[in-house]
Design a protein around this ligand. Structure first.
Ligand code: HEC
Length: 148
């Protein structure tokens, strides 16, 4: 009886060690991805506060009749290349968002580094109630290389 108990104990110990290793691996992985995106978001917010906030406001709500909101618009959540090009080249066309027409000109921000553009757009796409995939530096590079 003692022997059976001993074997049982050994087996459960091995089992729990294995399980422990598995969960540890998983936890590590999750923490790592969260840290990376938190850093990107923090960097993106810095760029936003410096270059976008004055027009689009801290809450992304914009200014009525002047600067459009960045909340769940098709520009923010839609085609990545179109969004990147707005940041790079600015925008000067009549657009309608939530029934409001905007005609002011958005200046180009092509002077920002690819990393800064990627970070700020990733921040915008994941703030103000938005939820969308990150913008990669390689995608900014590609959009910059394309004709305007
Ligand atoms: C000087 C004011 C100003 C600044 C600074 C500015 N924008 Fe804009 N933005 C505008 C205006 C005005 C429009 C609308 C342009 C039009 O109608 O052609 C616009 C349009 C947009 C749009 C598309 C429409 C929408 O609301 O979804 C996006 C996206 C955008 N801006 C993001 C940014 C980001 C990101 C930054 C910072 C890197 C930035 N803007 C800086 C004024 C500004």
């Amino acid at each position: 009886m003692k022997q059976v108990l001993a074997i049982f104990l050994i087996l459960t110990t091995i089992g729990s060690i294995k399980l422990n290793a598995q969960t540890k691996g998983k936890v590590k992985k999750t923490v790592k991805t969260e840290v990376v995106s938190a850093l990107v978001l923090a960097n993106g917010q810095k760029v936003y506060n410096q270059y976008c906030l004055s027009c689009h406001m801290a809450d992304g709500g914009g200014v009525q009749n002047m600067n459009p909101p960045l909340i769940k618009t098709t520009y923010v959540l839609g085609d990545k290349t179109r969004l990147i090009k707005i940041a790079l080249n600015g925008l000067a066309e009549e657009i309608e968002i939530d029934g409001e027409v905007y005609t002011n000109v958005m200046p180009s921000h092509g002077f920002l580094k690819d990393q800064e553009i990627a970070d700020v757009l990733t921040f915008v796409r994941n703030s103000f109630g938005n939820k969308a995939s990150a913008i990669k530096v390689s995608e900014v590079k590609a959009a910059r290389a394309e004709k305007k």
